[in-house]
Design a protein around this ligand. Structure first.
Ligand code: GLU
Length: 245
């Protein structure tokens, strides 16, 4: 088995990342991958901060680390394959719902054509020990090529999990809804569908007063600010476990 921790360098790692890292690194052999294709949000200089903070927390990982921005051609290859099979189409609709041909289009995967290509409208994946069915008839067409970055998270994450031989995906529950499109891409590309383990998130907001207090105090604090305030790695990891939901 092989899993991975795949943060994006869009800010300093915070308590939520520490918790996610614990989940990933305690499951089994674990890779670190830097998911920085979104050049509108990712800042390469924060990648070194990720290495530094994770090392301080006591994690270690095989080198070299796969940094997604260095592999855009790989993601383009996947897009070209899907395109050649007639599964993609251009969409000029902007966020406001209007058509605007002065901007480059997004490229979407037609779920209808994808269902025809895989020959079924039902797929499934394993979440821990449970089998979760996917009804493709309810899956809307997803953007696989973003206007601004020329590729997408869905393509990069599924490609790299396949390329790196990831058997088990650990990630936050906030990404659970993305799994259907990931399984569809994996099936279309003939890649094995990994087993998923969606974990709870560190509290950012909650209805409970006690939680709110905790969240205000810790929820969005960066690892380095906690370190600077005198906490040890053990303290930070304990805090991460105690503030998860
Ligand atoms: N890079 C994603 C994130 O920052 C996680 C990747 C995934 O597991 O899908 O949340």
């Amino acid at each position: 088995m092989l899993t991975r921790f795949a943060p994006s360098p869009t800010g300093y790692l915070h308590l939520g990342h520490a918790y996610a890292a614990v989940q990933a690194f305690s499951l089994g052999p674990c890779l670190l991958r830097i998911e920085d294709i979104d050049n509108t949000r990712s800042r390469p200089e924060l990648t070194d901060a990720i290495y530094e903070d994770l090392t301080w927390l006591g994690f270690d990982w095989p080198k070299p680390v796969r940094v997604q921005r260095e592999h855009i051609a790989d993601y383009q290859g996947v897009i070209d394959t899907l395109e050649a099979r007639g599964l993609l189409y251009e969409d000029y609709t902007t966020r406001s719902g209007r058509e605007d041909r002065s901007l480059p289009p997004v490229v979407k995967l037609s779920t209808a054509r994808a269902m025809a290509a895989v020959g079924t409208d039902r797929l499934s994946f394993q979440e821990g020990d449970a089998i979760i069915p996917i009804d493709l008839t309810t899956l809307e067409d997803k953007t696989l090529v973003r206007r601004d970055i020329g590729t997408s998270y869905h393509i990069a994450v599924t490609h790299d999990d396949w390329l790196q031989g990831v058997t088990d995906v650990t990630r936050g529950r906030d990404l659970y809804e993305k799994t259907a499109i990931h399984v569809l891409i994996q099936t279309l590309m003939g890649w094995p569908v990994p087993r998923y383990h969606h974990h709870g998130l560190v509290m950012e907001s909650s209805d409970k007063d006690a939680d709110k207090k905790m969240s205000k105090r810790w929820g969005s604090q960066t690892i380095r600010s906690l370190r600077e305030s005198g906490l040890t790695p053990t303290d930070v990891l304990a805090l991460a476990r105690n503030t998860q939901r």
